[in-house]
Design a protein around this ligand. Sequence first.
Ligand code: BG6
Length: 474
Amino acid sequence: MALPKDFLWGGATAANQAEGGVLEGGRGLSNVDVMPTGPDRKLVAAGKQRMLEWDEDHYYPAKAAIDMYHRYKEDIKLFAEMGFKVYRMSLSWTRIFPNGDDREPNEEGLRFYEEIFKELRKYDIEPLVTIAHFDVPLHLIKQYGSWRNRDLIGFYVKYARTVLTRYQGLVNYWLTINEINILLHQPFVGGGIIFEEGENEEQVKYQAAHHQLVASAAATKIAHEIDPNNKVGCMLAGGNHYPYMCRPEDYKEAIDRDREGYFFIDVQARGKYPNYALKKFEREGLEIKMEPEDKDILASAPVDFVSFSYYSSRTVSAYAEDYQQTTGNIFATIKNPNLPSSEWGWQIDPMGLRNSLNQMYDRYQKPLFIVENGLGAVDIPDENGFVDDEYRIEYLRKHIEAFTDAVEIDGVELLGYTTWGCVDLVAASTGQMSKRYGFIYVDRDDEGNGTLERSKKKSFYWYKKVIETNGMEL
Ligand code: BG6
């Protein structure tokens, strides 16, 4: 038994963490460009600190990132050498619409991505394109308050229509919004949201979520109209929740926490708000403003497949006192005594991936796609510059085994697997370069020093073999 012959093996990156060149090619600035490293980053990400300009006191890693803007040919060549069938990447919104509300798109930006897609096609690599990956034009944040404002639907839809039209025939796989549920946990990262003093934050977040959901459905509809071959997916920051103990109230807590994320996917995959969400709005006095046509838009365009990132499972309890030993840095989670952790405290749980796949397949009955998975670790090159990253191989091997079981034993329909940060890039949560995920090492440190030269790690050769044997040789 094996994975399907056309299984899409590959890797993933995002524009804001890889491209750099933020002031080149007529590009405008976006939220992620102004996020510094260091302690302020967390506050900015949470929408608790307004920092919308560059200053001298901070370092902004997205400015140059790993300079993929100038080096994409070299990187794609290396992906091809590993045998990638698919490459997940994102478009930078501000390369196409520098301010977000421009009348006309920026031709230079459109051409840039066209060249990338052609380069990928040269090697028979299928692009999987995220339209917005933690990416909102800065001007839309300053002028409109970002996704809290309904006008954002129109700006996003115009942007989506522009790229869907321009890249017709070059791109068939699309994701509308990366990790859409991150909006609830890091509102500035997920939606450019900055809170005003004293406002009801839940109200703001769910209003912004509604706008994103309507925009995502409208884009999905347009994608199908432009080209019936287009396959559009939603994208969840995945990872299931375990009850801390076998207390029924802990189990209920785990269900509720799973629902925080599934809320988005329930709307995107089923085309309507789930009852538990409507009850929550009612109970908490959240008044989400919806226009009469929204219901139809949501219902008209459920996604074709469900994609998600998976790094870790999470453990939750109904009792606050259990949260003394927590771990991870985005989701509040109790340390699971049964699992090891990464250097950044993310719990390593391959079996959790199989569990998640089963849970989601049962829930949606749509093909799934693992579009991010990997180990963020410190790599130390030896005297010849070679990284022996057996720890990364071990992590990936176990996760591949787990999803293979989900396919072969449980019958889950899985389209493909793209590991996160196939070439080292800037970490989203911390802004560090030293939190590396890649098969390809990039010579750059947390302060921006280094030649940016690329070199192959041990995992590069390993992954090449994995793809060659369609996952039989791990
Ligand atoms: C996901 C994002 O949250 O996880 C990526 O979609 C991100 O953009 C990845 O890089 C890993 O997180 P981090 O913080 O280690 O980069």
